[in-house]
Design a protein around this ligand. Structure first.
Ligand SMILES: [Zn+2]
Length: 281
């Protein structure tokens, strides 16, 4: 190992700088969204059964609520532009812009070259949780999704109800694609209700029992027409293990609400990103 230089302490003491100050981002009109939400009526309800995923569609301007209904349960969420599946949720950029965990007012951003808000978080009944003594927080954009490949690497065996596979089956069923066609569309998730962080001593990704209880929910305002898929993770509350049938696992409810005609007067879905894609040529 290289010996530390004489000025090691001074180098470590340099103050951090926020990479992407959030006040430079376009701000959502949360008051307008809240007024529209207040008069909205339910137009759809589906349930993701334990260790399964379901797809749902949310038109631009509608609101989707994801609820814990029977017992503590984590959900793995994928979002696509309903008209072009190539535009999809970009967990890494969302993390860079808003932090490792998201809550009210944060946006869920889409992939390049669109890079625009796909959804805005309107309500979060776990907003009280904050950051705990272990550095854990709720609704992360750091975990990728449980998957059978990592499971096979670490433990061997073939497990077919990881969120990755659940999302593939749901997308295939919804679109008519084969499993092989659907798989490349599945992407890094928003871990709804999941409590995670990085250990302070080793920097490792950790999870702990989710604080979610029946009645808790997360609400997203759809900025564009969305196709979503939500998997009720085989890890249940993610207090011990995932990628197995061991954990107690519960369903998650998805409800879609449509605002009254005219309630979003003056609002329009965000345009795709303004970069001209010249890339210097
Ligand atoms: Zn999972």
């Amino acid at each position: 190992m290289t010996l530390p230089p004489p000025d090691a302490d001074a180098r470590r003491a340099i103050a951090p700088v926020i990479c992407y100050p959030a006040d430079g981002l376009p701000r959502p009109d949360l008051a307008l969204y809240a007024r529209a939400r207040a008069g909205a009526r339910k137009v759809e309800e589906v349930v993701a059964p334990p260790r399964e995923a379901v797809c749902f569609e949310v038109a631009a301007g509608q609101v989707v609520r994801i609820s814990c209904i029977e017992g503590a349960q984590v959900g793995d969420l994928n979002l696509w532009n309903a008209r072009d599946l190539r535009e999809r949720f970009y967990s890494g950029k969302t993390r860079a812009l808003h932090g490792s965990h998201v809550s009210v007012g944060d946006r869920l951003w889409s992939s390049f070259p669109s890079l625009r808000p796909m959804a805005t978080i309107l309500e979060d009944t776990l907003g009280w949780y904050g950051i705990d003594e272990h550095g854990g927080a709720v609704h992360d954009v750091i975990g990728t999704r449980c998957d059978p490949y990592t499971h096979n690497l670490l433990s061997g065996g073939q497990y077919h109800h990881c969120c990755h596979s659940n999302l593939i089956r749901a997308l295939a069923d919804h679109t008519g694609m084969s499993l092989q066609e659907a798989e490349p569309h599945v992407h890094d998730v928003l871990n709804v209700f999941m409590c995670t962080g990085f250990t302070r001593d080793t920097g490792q990704y950790f999870m702990k029992a989710s604080p979610v209880r029946p009645g808790d929910y997360l609400e997203l305002f759809a900025e564009i027409d969305l196709l979503g898929a939500l998997s009720a993770c085989p890890g249940g509350d993610c207090s011990s293990e995932h990628s197995s049938d061991t954990a107690a696992c519960h369903p998650l409810r998805i409800e879609v609400f449509a605002p009254d005609e005219g309630a979003l007067e003056g609002w329009a879905p965000p345009a795709v990103n303004g970069y001209d894609r010249g890339h210097g040529r």
